[in-house]
Design a protein around this ligand. Structure first.
Ligand code: NAP
Length: 277
């Protein structure tokens, strides 16, 4: 039987197993999806085992190994290289090929609600791994401009330097207020539920200045006031649940070469989120 799994640590809980198990079941594929906790010190040894195990066809990678595996696998897809992190590995023979499906997942979640980022003007809050994936995805689909605002300026500068695209520019909080009425999209890619506070801004001041789509990459019980305050000012809103679903669907397609049964995966994800609340 084919084996798939998730590498990370400590892996107390993950939404990936229910989504992938439901997907394999929906298409009638004999496969397992397991949690494979591995500490940083054991990562190299575990990757060598997975390389040799014929039944293992692919796996996901999560915290804290997303960057560490970059230099420990055999090949990188362009998205993983540009984003600087791997969340999906597929095997070809015993070769491990690292990819990153977060950008694809983010863009698919916009498309699913009928939003095209092509020609859009976006503000991205945050400069961590998720912000990197969002910026990469937006650039790929032809965004017009991305303003990047992060608490730690040096991290935002590093993101901009590594993606090396003149459509991304660093902004500070006052400039953000100035451009808000020109934006189509504002993405909270911080791990903070009220990101405006970190920039000395109040949500009640910010949101009325514009109107478009507000996205929070958080989902389930991690969601805070960000989307509700945006909605109260007339913004359309979207949580990170769609991105989570579609990054998993993209991983499934990389592994199996078959279209992902997205509806079955969505039902499994919803169910898991509800039982987790
Ligand atoms: P990360 O690499 O640790 O980056 C965290 C980001 O949040 C950094 O920009 C950090 O700013 C900022 N931040 C943290 N605390 C803050 C605060 N109190 N005020 C303002 N900014 C703060 O994390 P990540 O992987 O990018 O994840 C970010 C969020 O996206 C998390 O909520 C995660 O769950 C979500 N996410 C969702 C999906 C999905 O599929 N929906 C996928 C990936 C991530 P500094 O640089 O100043 O520290």
């Amino acid at each position: 039987m084919e084996q798939y799994g998730l590498l990370g640590f400590p892996l107390l809980y993950s939404l990936s197993p229910p989504m992938h198990r439901a997907a394999f079941q929906a298409i009638g594929r004999q496969a397992t999806y397991s949690l494979w906790p591995v500490e940083a010190a054991d990562l190299g040894r575990r990757l060598a085992e997975l390389r040799q195990a014929a039944a293992v066809r692919g796996f996901n990678v999560t915290v804290p190994h997303k960057e560490a595996v970059l230099t420990k696998i055999d090949e990188l897809a362009p998205a993983a290289e540009a984003i600087g992190a791997v969340n999906t590995v597929r095997k070809v023979g015993s070769k491990l090929i690292g990819d990153n499906t977060d950008a694809r997942g983010f863009i698919a979640s916009l498309q699913e609600i009928g939003v095209s980022a092509s020609g859009a003007r976006a503000l991205v809050l945050g400069a961590g791994g998720a912000a990197r994936a969002v910026c990469y995805g937006l650039l790929k689909v032809g965004v017009e401009e991305i303003y990047l605002l992060n608490r730690t300026r040096a991290r935002a500068e590093a993101l901009i330097a590594s993606l090396a695209d003149q459509r991304i520019r660093l902004v500070d909080a006052p400039s953000t207020l100035e451009v808000l009425s020109t934006l189509d999209l504002v993405v909270n890619a911080t791990s903070c539920q009220e990101p405006w506070l970190a920039f000395g801004l109040a949500a009640e001041v910010v949101w009325p200045l514009g109107q478009g789509l507000a996205v929070d990459l958080a989902y389930g019980d991690m969601l805070g006031a960000y989307l509700s305050t945006a909605a109260a000012s007339g913004w359309q809103t979207l949580s990170g649940e769609g991105m989570l679903l579609h990054q998993a669907a993209a991983a499934f397609e990389l592994w199996t070469g078959q279209p992902a049964p997205v509806s079955a995966m969505r039902i499994a994800l919803r169910k898991a989120l509800v039982s987790n609340d």
